[in-house]
Ligand binder design. Sequence first.
Ligand code: NAD
Ligand code: UD1
Length: 346
Amino acid sequence: MILVTGGAGYIGSHAVYELLQAGHQVLVLDNLCNSSRQSLARIEQLVGRRVEFVRADVRNRAMLSSLFASFPVTAVLHFAGLKAVGESVAEPLRYYETNVSGSIALCQAMAEAGIFRLVFSSSATVYGEASQMPISEDCPTGQPTNPYGQSKLMIENVLRGLAASDPRWSIGLLRYFNPIGAHESGLIGEDPTGVPNNLVPYMLQVAVGRRAALNIYGDDYPTPDGTGVRDYIHVVDLARGHLKALERLEQQRGVAVWNLGTGRGYSVLEMVRTFEAVIGRPLPHVICPRRPGDIAQCWSDPGKAWRELDWRAERDLTAMLADAWRWQSRNPHGYAQPAKTLAATG
Ligand code: NAD
Ligand code: UD1
């Protein structure tokens, strides 16, 4: 059985779906601070199987120990954490406590229970402002400029130290580039609380009429059209990367780092144009000043994951945005209301 912390959230829910489809037994632990029980109900609807769910906090070590005593867990996918960059600047201690202390409590309980296989959700943010593109795993990590990014780098270092101290550990650090999109059913997807921080959720809310116009943060970057360039990856491809990492970790010990990206960067304006083609109408947008803390460009060298995990991203940008749009247009208010029927939205 695989424990998925944060399994009700955006990426975790897609990983839960893929695990179930691959025949794994899954136990989800989530305190639902940034997600809805609905995501798991939708997965159950899609796969026709029940998902074991425990509503609890990953920082609660005693609870984790009793969970490991009750369920035959053999490995953990650890998604649970807080991820809003701006909020992390305002509330650093909450971020360090949830992300770093939560990971430590999880590892303590795992070791006590004799479970040593862990896949951790890291981020390309640990590279900071890399001097050359594409970014491979041997590029030095930089100085993340906010507590969220720092917490990811701190956890990576905690996990490295842990694996160095005890050869039984098999740990995968997955550095995600920019996850977007949704499961092709349109039943599960990203459902941000409040004003979206990230580009695609914001574009989607403009398209469904919840926001007036997209703010494009800067058109004076040293990139081909002046807007920021990122490596967007379909969340289903990303989720499948986790299954490949789990398999690989069965055969190796220590810590391994894998970038999960497509190897291709797109600018904000290219994103807007592709999205406009998907929805068949213009997307209102305005050029604004740069967003503090943003980097000009960032894309991956995903070759290591291809060589070692036999994994590569398969879905192109149009598929990513079409799937994101299917989710948003059928669920304009996310999980807050039932999905419209497929027939109703065409
Ligand atoms: P999300 O907020 O949708 O999912 C995180 C889940 O963790 C939520 O369901 C939340 O309720 C749960 N959670 C938070 N604190 C918890 C706690 N103390 N105890 C138990 N559950 C808790 O975010 P996501 O986009 O699915 O991200 C998943 C992971 O991937 C996070 O660790 C995030 O930092 C990392 N990541 C995300 C991105 C991205 O762009 N989405 C990029 C890089 C890395
Ligand atoms: C952001 C976080 C990063 C985190 C990642 C998760 C910041 C500074 N960085 O990365 O730490 O790991 O999300 O996916 O918040 N953009 C707009 N208008 C918007 C939103 C974004 O023009 O309303 C632009 C940005 O300037 C950037 C691109 O779109 O060029 C992508 O932005 P976003 O989706 O927020 O991701 P990142 O900045 O890469």
